[in-house]
Ligand binder design. Structure first.
Ligand SMILES: Cc1ncc(C[n+]2csc(CCOP(=O)(O)OP(=O)(O)O)c2C)c(N)n1
Ligand code: SF4
Length: 247
């Protein structure tokens, strides 16, 4: 029998706890494949967030550290400074990164810390049952905005990649999504580019990944991907936001 799919060696052989259609599992697979391609499974150190991916350490086949809510960039700073030759990444949701951890990510980018952040933007707090996040779209319903987010009450949704790109320490920011195979391939390329620039010692690198949360969006998996492309990708444009030349 021909094997057409094999689990990446960058992942442990554990069953994922994510809901069907959730972006986290797909993104884990892409990061794991990049680690394998870069021959960095044994050397990479990841930092897990608080949120649905709090158990990411059960899945990646590399060392993973758990950080308190939003503090992954501070923990990654310490790890990278003491292990400058090893790839370091934080893996964070939008509640973790753009809400409680907003200061940590801004200051890590400002300082040009030489690690990579994988930012999973699903426009909602997944783990705690669908509260509004800084990235929730105008009109989008959340348990804390039952009639939909309004600009008057909560301001406009935060475009994190563009905001961080204004800081000199950030050398690469790209926004991708994981809705279909061509977009998955682009997402993997972006993750690899971010790791390569990190390992070249250029500065802070950031990949924002638009992903679906069918459970809290109240949609089936296909509907969720369609909604993402029609609504999220128009407010959060895909593509390279900033890439500096090697100094
Ligand atoms: C200090 C603190 N405040 C609040 C919480 C509760 N909490 C856990 S996960 C979470 C939201 C996570 O959402 P997000 O980062 O978007 O990740 P997702 O679950 O969507 O992947 C919150 C508010 C906490 N764990 N610690
Ligand atoms: S609640 Fe949302 S983010 Fe969390 S595992 Fe389920 S689909 Fe994924």
């Amino acid at each position: 029998m021909t094997t057409i799919y094999k689990k990446s060696k960058g992942l442990q052989n554990n069953e994922l706890h994510y809901c069907p259609g959730c972006g986290h599992g797909i993104i884990h697979k892409l990061i794991a494949e990049v680690m394998v391609e870069m021959d960095a499974v044994g050397t990479t150190i990841g930092v897990c967030p608080v949120g649905c991916s709090v158990f990411a350490g059960n899945y990646f086949a590399c060392d993973m550290v758990e950080a308190a809510h939003g503090r992954a960039p501070a923990v990654a700073t310490a790890i990278k400074r003491t292990h400058p030759n090893q790839p370091v990444f934080t893996y964070q949701g939008d509640g973790d990164l753009a809400s409680i951890g907003a200061a940590e990510i801004v200051h890590a980018a400002m300082r040009g810390e030489k690690f990579t952040t994988i930012f999973v933007n699903n426009a909602i707090y997944g783990m705690t049952g669908g509260q509004m996040a800084p990235t929730t779209l105008i009109g989008q319903r959340a348990t804390t905005a039952p009639s939909g987010r309004t600009k008057e009450q909560a301001g406009m949704p935060m475009r994190v990649a563009e905001m961080l790109a204004t800081l000199d320490g950030l050398v690469y920011a790209e926004r991708v999504c994981v809705t279909d195979i061509p977009h998955l391939n682009k997402a993997k390329k972006a993750i690899k580019r971010a790791f390569e620039k990190q390992m070249a010692g250029e500065g802070f690198t950031f990949v924002e990944i638009l992903a679906s949360c069918p459970t809290n969006w109240g949609m089936d998996t296909l509907e969720a991907n369609k909604w993402l492309m029609e609504n999220m990708a128009s407010y959060y444009p895909l593509g390279v936001i900033k890439e500096t030349e090697v100094r």
